[in-house]
Design a protein around this ligand. Structure first.
Ligand code: HSE
Length: 435
């Protein structure tokens, strides 16, 4: 059986997971893959800390030059994370004639293009299954399984940490802060969890997916991004009352004109939609192809073992010789794509609005007057008996409205003396568009 020599650069959570699979399950993987992966180096600047995996001392090194100079090593796993050192590592590996496997969505989304161009020039491959949705073979499915399709839509829960937090707030009534601490303790969160809760991590993943699925040279800055930091317990409760669940969604749509819209934001998801039932740290992505209709991918998108599993799948792809062929023949991280990314201003959506209003005659008509003036049609209204004399919560669900109109309406609400505070505004997943 053919043997291919591998190096891991970055001995963190994912790096130690990959080392463990290669050292402890190498024979099982070889039997299934038809090729043997020999781990020769685990490279990191800090090697003393116990990672819970026994790596023979002779494999450990802090000398990247030694790894790069070794002609036996044909593929390197970049598992450093971040966009600076990792960029240099990938560039140097490619220039040294190695293929690269990476789990680094931030690197690909923010600085991927020059690296992909370089890999093409050098006839090398960059594989990134582990960068999007951890253990789900989503890149494989979109790249190969759905190759006969024009992809028209993607709707996904792509961040396990945020989904864990929202699930705990919804099901256990846990506070945002406590749920985030739990997600960090369980190893789901990024080193800087702001990336998780701000939507940045999902936006990184959506950028990578958009390049693959929509054949558009999407940039991270093209993704409209809002996180879950401002979601309040009250909105979680009202969502349930209205038969919805709040999820952080990553949404990509191809418009009739070929333009693509890309956004990450919290959304009211109807309970009738399978994405409403994706709980805890799990990811799920619904991909719509023109031939297949909707296809749904579900599984562990965060954590050491699922992510390491995806890295090893890419290593096998490289070892069998398929990765370089695919990378050379297809624009899978689109650079040449002609599509354009649409501004969020033009995107239609349904909205949930929550106002804290004065309890007096005429309030409702003033609010609905603003909506009407901006062509925003009301689908339903919910108001309970007041618990305080001074204010009462008022919830409005709208029909489809264009983002630009909603922005103007929100500004006008701020000027109404009958509305306390800024209204809460959360988009509602439009089921027609997700099918
Ligand atoms: N921090 C990420 C998440 C890990 O919570 O989904 C996988 O990218």
């Amino acid at each position: 059986m053919k043997t291919v020599t591998v190096a891991i650069v970055g001995f963190g959570t994912v790096g130690s997971g990959v080392a463990r699979i290669l050292l402890e399950s190498g024979e099982t993987v070889a039997a299934r893959a038809g090729v043997r992966l020999k781990l020769k180096y685990v490279c990191d600047t800090e090697l003393a800390r116990d990672r819970g995996v026994k790596v023979p001392a002779e494999l450990l090194t802090n000398d990247l030059d030694r790894v790069l100079a070794d002609p036996e090593v044909t593929v390197v796993c970049e598992l450093v994370g971040g966009t600076t050192t990792a960029y240099d590592v990938v560039e140097r590996c490619l220039r040294a004639g190695k293929d690269v496997v990476t789990a680094n969505k931030a690197l690909l989304a923010e600085r991927g293009e020059p690296l992909v161009k370089l890999a093409r020039e050098l006839g090398k491959a960059i594989c990134f299954e582990a960068a999007v949705a951890g253990g789900l073979p989503l890149i494989l499915a979109v790249r190969d399984g759905l190759v006969a399709n024009r992809i028209t839509g993607l709707t996904g829960i792509l961040n396990g940490t945020s989904n864990y937090i929202l699930t705990s707030m919804t099901k256990q009534g846990t506070s945002y802060k406590k749920a985030l601490a739990e997600a960090q303790a369980k190893g789901y969160a990024e080193a800087d969890p702001t990336l998780d809760v701000s939507g940045g991590d999902s936006a990184h993943k959506l950028t990578v997916l958009a390049r693959l699925a929509f054949d558009v040279p999407a940039r991270f800055e093209d993704v409209h991004c809002e996180g879950i930091q401002k979601i309040e317990a009250a909105d979680v409760r009202y969502a349930a009352e209205l038969n919805y669940t709040i999820k952080l969604l990553a949404i990509g749509r191809r418009g009739a004109d070929g333009g693509v819209s890309l956004r990450v934001h919290p959304a009211f998801v109807p309970r009738s939609n399978p994405l409403a039932h994706v709980d805890g740290p799990f990811n799920a992505v619904m991909v719509r192809g023109d031939e297949t209709g909707d296809t749904l991918y579900y599984g562990a998108g965060a954590g050491q073992r699922p992510t390491a599993s995806a890295v090893v799948a890419d290593l096998v792809d490289v070892a069998l010789g398929r990765a370089e062929i695919t990378f050379a023949a297809r624009d899978i991280f689109s650079i040449a794509g002609k599509g354009t990314v649409q501004s969020i201003d033009d995107v239609p959506s349904r909205y949930y609005l929550r106002f804290d209003v004065v309890d007096q005659p005429g309030v409702l008509s003033r609010i609905t007057g603003v909506l009407g003036a901006h062509h925003i049609s009301i689908a339903s209204v919910l108001q309970h008996e007041p618990v305080e004399a001074t204010s009462v919560p008022l919830m409005i669900m709208t029909h489809l409205a264009v983002e630009r109109d909603m922005r103007v309406a929100l500004k006008e609400f701020a000027g109404l003396d009958v509305v306390h505070n800024r209204p809460v505004c959360i988009r509602v997943l439009d089921e027609e568009r997700s099918r």
